[in-house]
Design a protein around this ligand. Structure first.
Ligand code: FAD
Ligand code: MG
Length: 341
């Protein structure tokens, strides 16, 4: 049993207090386990209880479509078809086509076919090991997002290649949830999907939501960002990792080497209107490192980032300069503002 699932079961009695949709004022919260993580949905306003339950159902049905390990999922069917084309739902096709575009536009720093390498390191089972160079170079021959063919809703994954949307699916799930809530007339909600936070509108009192960024070196927070109507997604090397021979190996892999990405970063937080974009880019920028991340940001207009670096300093793009503050052990440390010119 994975540690995260064990923790969830341990916390279950406390969580149940909330999962029955507590009604505090007009806040309705549902907490549940999906996509191997604890998810919390807080909806404000009348009919919030029903809306929160609808989000739960939506996220659980998405998991069934997208899970790489569930033998009933569409991704599993594509990975195990021996290269034959399979038909997928509109949702899977929509997510995948945008994910493939992001693989392309990040020059392969994001690669949704990295799964064979992730498996070899044991991140999927918890049986961690350090693969040899030879094994990694053999596996990397099977990794290339460009080999995945998607034509409308017809998907072909060549034999030997394996698709895994783990780096983008929670972000997409946030987008789906936000759209569903908006369609129900909800104006204020906060979704916590593992490390991803997605907020709808402002807080009920009209002030921005305050979203904390985890301290990668401890239990507390390194900073707080104030946002409305945004996804705030963090990728870091401190959540899923193992240590061997004094070296720490984490789950974000550089597709060029097949090894954990070591680019001088401890974590990357991306703030964007789109959860899918924020999730894809938080993983990709972690692979790229600070300079390439800044160049990627300058080349687009649709996101901002917060970098916590291995040298103990931080950087933030100018769009967040006034809304992000360092706190806890990071308070008072150097905070570079990355600008467009
Ligand atoms: P992110 O940075 O967003 O993504 C990192 C993850 O993406 C890695 O864990 C790896 O799987 C993959 N990855 C690593 N490097 C790259 C790269 N360069 N490009 C693209 N992808 C990369 N976990 C379980 O243990 N058991 C489960 O049954 C399970 N079911 C899941 C079902 C769904 C639908 C989803 C979305 C996730 C599930 N997970 C499960 C978790 C999943 O395996 C990842 O560990 C998780 O999504 C990592 O997300 P993150 O936010 O921590 O990191
Ligand atoms: Mg991601």
């Amino acid at each position: 049993m994975r540690a995260s699932r064990r923790l969830f079961l341990l916390l279950l009695p406390a969580l149940l207090l909330f999962s029955s949709c507590s009604r505090r004022g007009e806040e309705h919260t549902v907490t549940f386990f999906a996509m191997d993580t604890v998810m919390g949905v807080s909806v404000f306003g009348p009919d919030g209880q029903e809306a929160a339950r609808a989000v739960q159902a939506e996220l659980q049905s998405l998991e069934k479509l997208l899970s790489v390990t569930d033998a009933g999922s569409e991704i599993y069917a594509a990975n195990h078809s021996g290269g034959a084309a399979v038909e997928v739902s509109e949702q899977t096709a929509g997510l995948l086509s945008r994910a493939l575009e992001l693989c392309e536009s990040t020059d392969g720093a994001l690669d949704v076919t990295i799964y064979p390498v992730v498996k070899a390191w044991g991140f999927t089972t918890g049986e961690h090991r350090v693969p040899s160079e030879e094994e990694l170079s053999g596996l990397l021959e099977r990794v290339d997002y460009a080999r995945v063919q998607l034509d409308a809703q017809t998907l072909s994954v060549p034999a030997g290649t394996e698709l895994d949307l783990g780096a983008v699916a929670k972000g997409y799930a946030g987008d789906r949830a936000a759209a569903l809530l908006r369609a129900r007339g909800v104006e204020s909600a906060r979704l916590e999907l593992g490390g991803n936070v997605h907020v709808l509108g402002a807080k009920p009192d009209g002030s921005p939501w305050r979203v904390a960024v985890r301290d990668p070196d401890g239990e507390g927070y390194a900073g707080v960002v104030e946002v409305t109507d945004r996804a705030v997604v963090t990728s870091g090397g401190y959540e899923r990792y193992f240590e061997e021979g004094g070296v720490v190996y984490w789950h974000i892999i550089d597709p060029r080497t097949g090894r954990p990405a070591r680019s001088g970063l401890r974590s990357v937080t991306v703030v964007a209107p789109s959860g899918l974009l924020a999730d894809a880019l938080s993983t990709a920028l972690f692979v790229m490192g600070p300079e390439e991340a800044a160049a990627c940001w300058r080349s687009r207009q649709d996101f901002d980032f917060i970098l916590l670096k291995e040298d103990g300093t931080a950087a933030v793009t100018e769009g967040l300069a006034d809304s992000f503050t360092l706190s806890g052990d990071w308070a008072g440390r150097a905070l570079e503002v990355v600008r467009r010119d």
